[in-house]
Design a protein around this ligand. Structure first.
Ligand code: NDP
Ligand code: MG
Length: 401
């Protein structure tokens, strides 16, 4: 697929989570710019079939599966067609392809806490990191931002809201937003499929209904997070670390059309927004090309068809996950890591149809309130905190599911 690559100019890209929604969108944009990018490594968890097809199309130097059995299966299939792609497995191999000296750019698009170690490896190695894996910042925001700074990495947010804010934020960084003339950031939220549902209706929603997002096509975990507004809560924490924004400088507004991807309000009253069709190829192309602009394949925004833009305040009673995420941010320390771990367990249980939709916030809040919050000191500590929170969440499940 990638024909006539100029090996001197082309940037080597490792796509972590290549078989996922963001991974595939990234490869779509890369395919449109064969002279600029070369796929160095592709990774997946269990999807051998998907990664095999991508290896055939992109002929990466490395392919990484999380587990040995899946890697062996992939290696056998690739060998049978004479592929020269080297197949590796395990978390260390994910870190290896994220930090390899020949890699320029890393798309961090693994879902969940599993993305933390490879993203840290890319940061320490000074890569250009296209960060989709928001859980890295939620769990380990201070350590990750420190690693980016110490490693000399370039961090480009891919989450559409943060990418929008990045695009309209002043380039200079500061410890305080007011020093660069910014009053607050305003994250837009589509409101998800249950925006207008009553509390009783929310209690009865099914897995299939939650997976049916009105505006975005995404992996199952983030789709459920979007329906519960936990996604917006995680994004509030993400914005805190990316932009040095205090909790009271981060507002959320429900905007069902998903045309304004987020906004920055300046102290003089100016509000700058980034608009576009809801298609992740725009932030991905921005991250790949920065500071240049690259075409992405996204169609032009037709304002006449859009015709109106609506806004409303989020309802924290029907969507308590957003409030709980603000609580975790205000608690600080290990609280966001606990929130994230409990949420991952809750979403998996909801997707397995073990608990109801409104059990998600209930379980997370129980785990968060029961935990003792510590200062964040190390990744090892966070890994232990994550495991403990998952255990507490599983205990809750064994009683309530
Ligand atoms: P998907 O579920 O579609 O894809 C996840 C990818 O991660 C797959 O390649 C999967 O492999 C891999 N993976 C899953 N678990 C592990 C693991 N334990 N170890 C290694 N790899 C693993 O997710 P999305 O692409 O939707 O989202 C990816 C990240 O980007 C998330 O953090 C999400 O919050 C964020 N994001 C996504 C957006 C979107 O529009 N989709 C928007 C903004 C942010 P396999 O296929 O084998 O399971
Ligand atoms: Mg987002």
């Amino acid at each position: 697929m990638l024909k006539s690559v100029n090996p001197v100019l082309a940037k080597n890209v490792s796509v972590l989570g290549a078989t996922g929604t963001i991974g595939l969108h990234t490869l779509d944009v890369i395919t449109q710019h064969p002279n600029r990018f070369k796929v160095f490594a592709l990774t997946a968890n269990t999807n051998v079939k998907g990664l095999f097809a991508l290896c055939v199309s992109y002929a990466p130097r490395y392919a990484v599966m999380l587990h040995a059995t899946a890697a062996n299966e992939l290696a056998t299939q690739l060998k049978a067609i004479g592929s020269s792609t080297v197949v590796l497995h395990g978390e260390e191999s994910l870190c290896y392809v994220a930090s390899h000296e020949e890699v320029d750019t890393v798309m961090a698009a693994i879902v969940g806490a599993a993305g933390l170690h490879p993203a840290m490896a890319a940061a320490k190695a000074g890569k250009r990191i296209l960060l989709a894996n928001k859980e890295t910042l939620v769990m380990a925001g201070n350590l990750f931002m420190q690693a980016v700074s110490d490693g000399g990495a370039t961090l480009l947010p891919i989450d559409s809201e943060h990418n929008a804010i990045f695009q309209v934020m002043p380039r200079q960084r500061s410890e305080q937003l007011s020093q660069i003339g910014v009053k607050r950031v305003i994250l837009t939220a589509s409101g998800g499929p249950f925006r207008n549902a009553s509390l009783d209706e929310l209690k009865a929603v099914t897995r299939a209904q939650a997976l049916n997002h009105p505006n975005w096509v995404m992996g199952p975990k983030i789709t459920v997070d979007s329906a519960s507004l936990m996604n917006k809560g995680l994004e509030v924490i993400e914005a805190h670390w990316l932009f040095n924004a205090l909790p009271n400088q981060i507002d959320v507004v429900v905007h069902p059309q998903s045309v304004i991807h987020s906004m920055v309000e300046y102290i003089d009253g100016s509000v700058l927004a980034q608009l576009g069709n809801p298609d992740m190829r725009t932030p991905i192309a921005y991250g790949l090309g920065y500071p240049e602009r690259l075409s992405s394949g996204v169609s032009s925004l037709d304002l006449l068809t859009t015709s109106r833009l609506d806004f409303s305040a989020p309802d924290l009673e029907r969507f308590p996950c957003l409030r709980i995420a603000y609580d975790a941010l205000n608690l600080g320390g290990t609280a966001p890591a606990i929130l994230n771990a409990a949420n991952e367990v809750a979403v998996a249980a909801f997707l397995a149809e073990q608990i109801g939709f409104m059990d998600i916030p209930c379980m997370i809040e129980t785990v968060l309130l029961a935990a003792s919050i510590e200062q964040v000191e190390s990744i090892a500590q966070l890994v232990a905190v994550d495991a403990m929170a998952r255990q507490h969440a599983s205990d809750w499940l064994s009683v309530h599911a």
